[in-house]
Design a protein around this ligand. Structure first.
Ligand SMILES: *Cc1c(COP(=O)(O)O)cnc(C)c1O
Length: 362
């Protein structure tokens, strides 16, 4: 057993009392009081036109791919340095992921490399805001506008993070949050789709609710609901949303506590950066982080792996990630090979993450 494991999910204590209300009221399926409360909270606080709660960020990304009409023959630009769900959402729609290298400072997609990856087949860009720090979303939106592309923000790690005045998730046509238990705010498994373009909303509600217009029915806009389109089931239960709401209410305290841990690491590791042993993470001036991840970059893979073993021997769970998607077995099926994205490959070998979690709100 590690003395300090790499991760422990956040449980505040109040979750259980909100769930108890759900049980008492026998309102357990989705889109009840707490589903609406969570969506309303996110819309208001982060200025998102419409939020639809989902059972996962993976589900939200799948819905986004669907809403953009992705199909066989389309290409979607994204980083290779990301979690598999970013690419899966695209691949299962029949489209092809086109991987672009990252910036060395934030490890986010390098916006300067995006335009040269655009072809007549490109349909969308999926910027992933890594570690809670924004991609250069304004220039990315400009490129998308120039070429008539959708922007889907993978903001899985980035609730309560900002680019200038804009909340991450509110700046692309669509955005996706995760409430998986590894994320800052959690309900175990959960997510949300942010819809920032009014034309996408109607179909989103239908896809999410089994291809029916049940939403319109509940709003009293139609007298019965029908099967109107192809859909699926992306509505989370009220139990999940009750759990989540207890945490959303505490989001300021959660971010503040994570910031304190992050700054503690930074100040204590600063001397090691000054002597050239490691590189600390960067938060650009115009970005506000939610402190999702604290990572350092070591000089090479051997040093990184050695340090992970050393920390484990001291009872501290350090971790690495990601195996770049383009060098994974699935990525190779799209014709990629080692050496295609040099920075992504190099940085992923040198990256080490330290534990960063809070057990309860202070
Ligand atoms: C966690 C994560 C996801 C998937 O989130 P789930 O809610 O587990 O489906 C997708 N993309 C990124 C970048 C993530 O970190």
């Amino acid at each position: 057993m590690l003395r300090i494991p790499f991760h422990k999910p956040l449980v505040l204590g109040k979750e259980i009392s909100l769930i108890a209300r759900i049980l008492a009221e026998r309102q357990i399926s989705g889109d009840g009081h707490f589903t609406k409360a969570c969506a309303g909270f996110l819309e208001e606080r982060f200025h998102i036109q419409k939020v639809l709660m989902t059972p996962s960020c993976t589900g939200a990304l799948e819905m986004a791919a669907w809403l953009c009409g992705l199909q066989t023959g389309n290409e979607v630009i994204m980083p290779s340095f990301t979690f598999v769900s970013t690419a899966n959402a695209v691949v299962r729609s029949g489209a092809t992921p086109v991987f672009v290298d990252v910036r060395p400072d934030t490890l986010n997609i390098d916006e300067k490399l995006i335009e040269q990856a655009v072809t007549p087949r490109t349909r969308a860009i999926i910027p992933v805001h890594y570690a809670g720090v924004a991609c250069e979303i304004a220039p990315i939106n400009e490129i998308a506008e120039r070429h008539g592309l959708y922007v889907i923000e993978d903001a899985a790690q980035s609730i309560d993070s900002f680019y200038k005045e804009g909340a991450l998730g509110s700046m692309g046509h669509l955005g996706a949050y995760s409430f998986h238990d590894t994320k800052n705010v959690t309900c175990g498994e959960g997510g949300a789709l942010c819809i920032n373009h009014p034309d996408l909303l109607g179909r989103a509600e239908i896809i999410r609710d089994k291809g029916t217009n049940r939403k319109e029915f509940f709003r009293g806009e139609v007298d019965k609901y029908h099967w109107v389109d192809v859909g699926s089931s992306y509505v989370p239960s009220e139990i999940l949303c009750a759990f989540l709401y207890a945490q959303l209410e505490q989001i300021d305290a959660i971010t503040a506590r994570r910031r304190a841990i992050y700054e503690f690491y930074r100040s204590h590791l600063k001397p090691l950066e000054e002597e050239g042993s490691l590189i600390l993470p960067t938060i650009p001036q115009h970005c506000r982080s939610n402190y999702h991840t604290f990572f350092v970059l070591l000089s090479d893979r051997m040093t990184r792996d050695g340090l992970i073993s050393h920390l484990r021997a001291q009872g501290i769970g350090a971790a690495f990630h990601y195996v770049p998607l383009h060098t994974s077995p699935m990525g190779r099926k799209f014709g990629y090979e080692e050496g295609d994205l040099p920075l992504t490959e190099n940085l992923s070998e040198r990256l080490l993450r330290l534990p960063l979690y809070k057990l309860k709100v202070l």
